[in-house]
Design a protein around this ligand. Structure first.
Ligand code: FES
Ligand code: FES
Length: 154
């Protein structure tokens, strides 16, 4: 076992983990943060996307020990009290989800995208989110949500 210490959604977290434990399972099974989904386990779908030190990362491709010392943000860490994060609000208002399985990953990827590029074109949005898949194929409204979030200054 290896000791890790990281900050998850603003809370300090220390734990002993097996070196082989993936970050996504650490978040889901050890911390109970089930909003980070597993869609493939092979770095294909982006359902497991979280922020590690403000960079979007597919947490099924990262060992928990690699996040040692980092700040991790999951979808549970975005809202402020009852107020949704502007990206969450935009996804809600633009109906940018169907089953919702991919949504946490898309939301986190969008937060990262807009931090790097606050006013992306449609092409830049589609390219920026190409690592995230929606099996319900709701891409049109997802793009509209990202544009709305950008207008809202997310
Ligand atoms: S579960 Fe991580 S990319 Fe699909
Ligand atoms: S809304 Fe169902 S997978 Fe995207």
């Amino acid at each position: 076992m290896t000791s890790v210490a990281l900050t998850v959604n603003g809370s300090r977290c220390e734990a002993d983990v097996e070196p082989r434990q993936l970050l996504v399972y650490f978040l889901r099974d050890r911390l109970g943060l089930k909003g980070t989904n597993v869609g493939c386990d092979t770095t294909s779908c982006g359902a497991c996307t979280v922020l590690v030190d403000d960079e979007s990362v597919k947490s099924c491709t990262v060992f928990a020990v690699q996040a040692d010392g980092s700040e991790v943000t999951t979808v549970e860490g975005l809202a402020r009290g009852d107020a949704l994060h502007p990206v969450q609000q935009a996804f809600h208002e633009q109906h940018a989800l169907q089953c919702g399985y991919c949504t946490p990953g898309f939301v986190l990827a969008t937060v990262s995208l807009l931090k790097e590029n606050p006013n992306p074109s449609e092409t830049e949005i589609r390219e920026g989110l190409e690592g995230n898949l929606c099996r319900c194929t709701g891409y049109h409204n997802i793009v509209k949500a990202v544009q709305a979030a950008a207008r809202a200054g997310a």
